[in-house]
Design a protein around this ligand. Structure first.
Ligand SMILES: Cc1cc2nc3c(=O)[nH]c(=O)nc-3n(C[C@H](O)[C@H](O)[C@H](O)COP(=O)(O)OP(=O)(O)OC[C@H]3O[C@@H](n4cnc5c(N)ncnc54)[C@H](O)[C@@H]3O)c2cc1C
Length: 506
């Protein structure tokens, strides 16, 4: 029989408890012992309220009951992200969690939309997205299960209180046998060649050994970065925002089912509606605005009274050169950070956990397994990075120094190729692994670059009129379906009304 593996997770933020919950659910105590060390004295990063639809898969795999989780974390539904002022001041578009229209005889919807639009016979692309129409009207329901229905063409995510979500997973994990040790790690001891972690030492003097250490210590990266010396590769030349000020405000009475991202002078501002408060933050470049100016700009456009003073966070975009070295695997901020523009950090935690489970090691790590893990994580980071950069380089805010600098930056070739393929005939490659899907790219490209010049020639198999009629019928189905939906707030009240006291009235 194989020997039992001892895994110690260091850090109890969202990353630590997601890791503990997933491992304790999938890997039984016959295979490994799981310990999580966290320090009450050292807080968590304390932000991270918006997610993408992959989180639902994670929760479902763990057997989490959705309304129960939502009640306990003050969660609302999220159908996408609205970008306000990115393409140009005053111009809005939405990145929905779903497709535009429906494909037809092997053609992507947007291809025939391009053909019909170029003849002046199509409505704006957003009119053919079920999720955008529902989001804009403040409505929500679950996607239809009939794959032929237009109401099946979207998915959803959550806005939640990430601290409460971590607590929720903590309860689950401890219930499944994860041992929690409270204490501050004061020393990490590794082998002389810095190839493996041997043990961690707590303030109390307690020494903890393990076969594997999962570094979930946040930006500190105590094990992988500080002790094993894995370098941080900065991407700040592409993603220049390096700070955020955050503040909660009163609950919004309208409770829109989407995140809002509004371009500001030196970055952008998020608004995330939860059931018990609204999350706000201004992500900015400290080379273009001072912290005080950023804090006052944040409070200025907030709807409803602020409930807290602005809090400042500093960060740098990039990732560790490898996320797994020796017997240490980074999950969460210890492995890298990409700003929250597309709510991808919790997703990256999830991917690291999933890949760790897919490539679950024996008592001793094998090099091919470690290399494959690092290759997959790299790919995820790079693909998200390119998608985020697109938002910045394709801005239309002329005359503002931050945005002018972004438009003039030299960006990765992988992104340049993607933009030029799209611009000529609307072609968007489907990645085999990693984010984002073609409809996500399409939303941002359309919103900020504009319509492609041409379209795929295969569309000429169909007449403009036939395609226009088909589009009209899709639009009609969307309009009538969305008209019948209840409001997001009513839906939440029926399905998962929060058990957390509202912090204020909307
Ligand atoms: C401005 C901003 C906005 C964000 N918004 C989003 C968002 O909308 N959506 C999203 O998906 N993500 C978002 N994120 C990212 C998200 O907050 C993190 O990915 C997530 O919270 C995971 O953090 P973590 O667990 O890796 O680190 P942390 O939350 O920092 O947790 C670190 C843990 O390590 C422990 N620890 C550290 N040092 C020691 C020590 N010496 N001894 C013992 N324990 C120790 C701490 O006590 C803590 O428990 C945002 C991040 C920032 C900066």
């Amino acid at each position: 029989m194989n020997e039992k593996i001892r895994i110690v997770i260091v850090g109890g933020g969202t990353a630590g408890w997601m890791t503990a919950a997933a491992l304790s659910h999938v890997v039984t105590d016959k295979v490994c012992d799981l310990v999580l060390v966290e320090s009450d004295a050292i807080g968590t990063v304390g932000v991270g309220e918006a997610t993408i639809p992959a989180i639902k898969e994670f929760n479902d795999k763990l057997g989490i009951i959705e309304p129960d989780m939502m009640k306990k974390t003050g969660a609302t539904f999220k159908l996408g992200i609205e970008f306000d002022g990115w393409g140009a001041p005053g111009k809005r578009y939405m990145h929905p969690f779903g497709s535009f229209g429906k494909s037809f005889q092997g053609m992507d919807f947007h291809q025939y939309w391009l053909k019909v639009h170029q003849k002046g016979l199509a409505e704006p692309l957003e009119s053919y997205s079920y999720s955008i129409q529902a989001a804009r009207q403040g409505k929500f329901t679950f996607p239809a299960s009939d794959a032929n229905a237009i109401a099946s063409t979207y998915s959803y995510a959550y806005h939640f209180d990430a601290g409460l979500y971590a607590n929720y997973l903590k309860e689950m994990s401890v219930g499944k046998g994860v041992s929690r040790i409270e204490g501050r790690v004061t020393q990490v001891k590794c082998t002389d060649d810095r190839a493996r972690v041997e043990k961690i030492v707590l303030e109390s003097g307690q020494e903890i050994t393990a076969d594997y250490f999962i570094d979930c210590t946040g930006f500190r990266s105590l094990l992988l970065g500080a002790e094993l010396g894995v370098e941080f590769e900065s991407w700040s030349h592409w993603l220049p925002c390096d700070r955020a000020v955050t503040a909660a405000s009163e609950v919004m009475s309208s409770m829109p089912p989407y995140t809002k991202s509004t371009a500001q002078a030196a970055g952008w501002q998020w608004r995330i509606p939860l059931q018990h408060r609204t999350g706000n933050g201004y992500v900015y470049s400290s080379h273009h605005i001072s912290d005080d100016e950023a804090a006052s700009s944040l409070l200025h456009p907030i709807q409803g009274a602020p409930l807290s003073d602005p809090a400042l966070l500093k960060f740098e975009a990039g990732r560790r050169k490898v996320n797994w070295k020796g017997n240490c695997i980074a999950v969460g901020l210890s492995g890298g950070f990409l700003e929250p523009l597309e709510s991808t950090s919790i997703y990256l935690i999830q991917v690291s956990i999933q890949q760790l489970l897919n490539l679950f090691p024996d008592k001793h790590p094998s090099a091919p397994l470690v290399d494959e893990f690092n290759r997959r994580i790299d790919l995820e980071y790079e693909r998200i990075r390119d998608f985020l950069i697109l938002h910045y380089v394709a801005n239309g805010r002329e005359g503002e120094s931050f945005w002018d600098d972004c438009r003039q930056m030299k960006f990765p070739d992988s992104l340049r190729e993607k933009i030029s393929l799209y611009a000529s005939r609307g072609y968007i490659d489907q990645y085999k692994y990693g984010l984002f899907s073609p409809s996500s790219w399409l939303a941002v490209l359309m919103g900020q670059v504009g319509g492609a010049r041409g379209y795929e020639r295969v569309c000429d198999n169909q007449s403009v009129q036939r395609l226009a009629d088909r589009m009209q019928s899709i639009k009609h189905s969307i309009d009538s379906g969305v008209a019948d939906l209840s409001s997001h707030r009513e839906f939440i009240n029926d399905y998962c009304k929060s058990q957390i006291g509202e912090l204020a009235h909307g």
